[in-house]
Design a protein around this ligand. Structure first.
Ligand code: GLU
Length: 418
C-alpha cells in the first residue's frame, strides 16, 4: 500500500466540509487532531513457553460529544496512522447519526490466525490491561472490529472488571448476550448497510428487488449485508474473501455460501456450485452491477482502480474503503458513493443501545432494538441526502458537513479549558 496514509484522507475531508460550511480553520482545528494516543508494547507467553512481544494502540480522537467509542482490530498491517484515521471516522460516524459519543479506535499488530485460542485470550487480556487507564463506560468503550468478536469482548469485559474489582459490563459492547450483550448487535452493522442500500435505492427510484449487488469481504459486515439484501430480493451476483471472489450472473445462493463459510478454514476459492465462476478481488470490484459494497479493508478503491468501477452505487460497509483520489474519479463517472460514516453506522448505533441497557441494567427485546436502529439510520440517511440533493457536493461531503457542524457546536458550547 506504499505511502498511503488514511489520516490524510480524514484531514482533507474535514477541511472540505469546513470550507463548505464557511468556517475558519480555527473553528474546527481541534477535530483535526486526536485528543489522546497510546502506543503499547507487551509480552505474551506462547503455548510452547516462549515469550513474544506485540505492539498495540488505542487512540481517542474526540470526547466533545460524549465518551469515546470504537472498535479494536487485530491485524498485522495496523499502524498509528490507520488507528488515528479509524478513531476520527468513529467521531464523525457517531456525530452524523446523532448518538452521544466521541470516537476512538484500537488495534493490535497481529495475525490472530497464527495464535491458539489460549494465546489469543492471553494477548487480549494483557492488551486490555495495558490500555485500561483509558477505558471505562464513561470514558472509552471498545467494540469488535476486524478479526475480533464477542468472545474477545467478553475477555475485555472480564479483565477490566477484575482490575476494578466488580462487574462493569458497560466498558465494552458487542459482548455475548449472557454477560450483558445486546440482541441484534452481531448483525447490526450489516443490517445498517442493508437499510442504507434500501433507502438510497428508493431515492434513486430503484427498488431493492432484482438489484444486482456485489460484496467485497465476507466477514461480519459483508456476510450479513449479503444475506439481508438477498432476503430483500436483491440478486447478490458476486462475493469475495481473502482467497478471491465467486460470481454468478443470475445471483448466488447466499445461505448456501454462508453455511459453507461457517465451517472453519473454508475459503471461497474452494466453493463449488453450478454456474459459479471465480474472479480476483480486482475483477470483482470492476464487475458491472447496480450496487457495490466494499466490506473488507480501507484503500480498496483507489487511484489505480477507481476508473474500472462500473457500479451505479457504492455503499461503504468497511471503514475508509475509498480514497480521496478515487472519490474524484467516481464522482466524475457519475457513481454515487454512500460514505462509511453513514452506511456502516448501524453497528455503533446498536452498541449505543447495548451500553444504555448496561448502565441502566435494562434489557430490550430484539424487535425494539431493530426498530430503534432503523429509526436512527433512516433519519440520518434522510438528513444527509437532503443536504446533498441538488447541491454540487458528494454524499460524503454532506455527511461530513452535518457531523462537523455538530462537533463544532459542541466544542463551542463547552468552551476551551482552562
Ligand atoms: N467497529 C465498528 C465500527 O467501525 C463498531 C464500533 C462500535 O460499535 O463501537 O463502526
Amino acid at each position: 500500500m506504499g505511502t498511503y496514509n488514511p489520516y490524510e484522507n480524514v484531514v482533507t475531508m474535514i477541511r472540505d466540509a469546513g470550507d463548505r460550511l464557511g468556517y475558519k480553520e480555527c473553528d474546527y482545528i481541534a477535530t483535526m487532531y486526536p485528543e489522546r494516543e497510546l502506543k503499547v508494547s507487551f509480552p505474551v507467553r506462547m503455548d510452547d513457553g516462549t515469550v513474544k512481544m506485540f505492539e498495540g494502540y488505542r487512540v481517542q480522537h474526540s470526547s466533545s460529544r460524549g465518551p469515546c467509542k470504537g472498535g479494536i482490530r487485530y491485524h498485522p498491517d495496523s499502524d498509528e496512522n490507520e488507528v488515528k484515521a479509524l478513531a476520527a471516522w468513529m467521531t464523525f460516524k457517531c456525530a452524523v447519526v446523532g448518538i452521544p459519543y466521541g470516537g476512538a479506535k484500537g488495534a493490535v499488530k497481529v495475525d490472530p490466525s497464527t495464535l491458539s485460542r489460549n494465546e489469543l485470550e492471553r494477548l487480549t487480556r494483557r492488551f486490555t490491561a495495558m490500555i485500561a487507564p483509558m477505558l471505562g463506560p464513561e470514558r472509552d468503550i471498545p467494540a469488535p472490529d476486524i478479526n475480533t468478536n464477542g468472545e474477545i469482548m467478553g475477555w475485555i469485559m472480564d479483565t477490566y472488571s477484575m482490575l476494578k474489582g466488580y462487574a462493569i459490563p458497560g466498558v465494552v459492547t458487542g459482548k455475548p448476550i449472557d454477560i450483558g450483550g445486546s440482541l441484534g448487535r452481531p448483525e447490526a452493522t450489516g443490517r445498517g448497510v442493508m437499510i442504507t442500500t434500501r433507502e438510497i435505492l428508493k431515492k434513486l427510484n430503484m427498488s431493492v428487488e432484482k438489484t444486482r449487488v456485489v460484496v467485497q469481504g465476507m466477514g461480519n459486515v459483508g456476510s450479513v449485508s449479503a444475506r439481508l439484501l438477498s432476503e430483500q430480493g436483491a440478486a447478490v451476483i458476486a462475493v469475495s474473501d481473502v482467497s478471491g471472489g465467486i460470481f454468478r450472473e443470475s445471483g448466488l445462493d447466499i445461505p448456501d455460501i454462508l453455511r459453507f463459510l461457517e465451517e472453519k478454514g473454508n475459503l471461497l476459492k474452494d466453493y463449488k456450485q453450478s454456474g459459479v465462476t471465480y474472479v480476483s478481488n480486482q475483477e470483482l470490484l470492476a464487475l458491472p452491477t447496480d450496487v457495490l459494497i466494499p466490506a473488507a479493508m480501507e484503500n480498496q478503491i483507489n487511484g489505480d482502480n477507481a476508473a474500472n468501477v462500473k457500479a451505479k452505487l457504492i455503499i461503504e460497509g468497511a471503514n475508509g474503503p475509498t480514497t480521496v483520489e478515487a472519490d474524484k474519479i467516481l464522482e466524475a463517472n457519475g457513481i454515487v458513493v454512500v460514505p462509511d460514516i453513514l452506511a456502516n453506522a448501524g453497528g455503533v448505533v446498536v452498541s449505543y443501545f447495548e451500553w444504555v441497557q448496561n448502565i441502566q441494567s435494562l434489557m430490550w427485546d430484539e424487535d425494539e432494538i431493530n426498530k430503534a436502529q432503523a429509526r436512527i439510520m433512516c433519519k440520518a440517511i434522510e438528513t444527509v441526502y437532503e443536504n446533498y440533493h441538488g447541491k454540487n457536493i458528494s454524499l460524503r461531503t454532506s455527511a461530513y458537513m452535518i457531523a462537523l457542524k455538530k462537533l463544532v457546536t459542541a466544542k463551542k458550547t463547552r468552551g476551551i479549558f482552562p
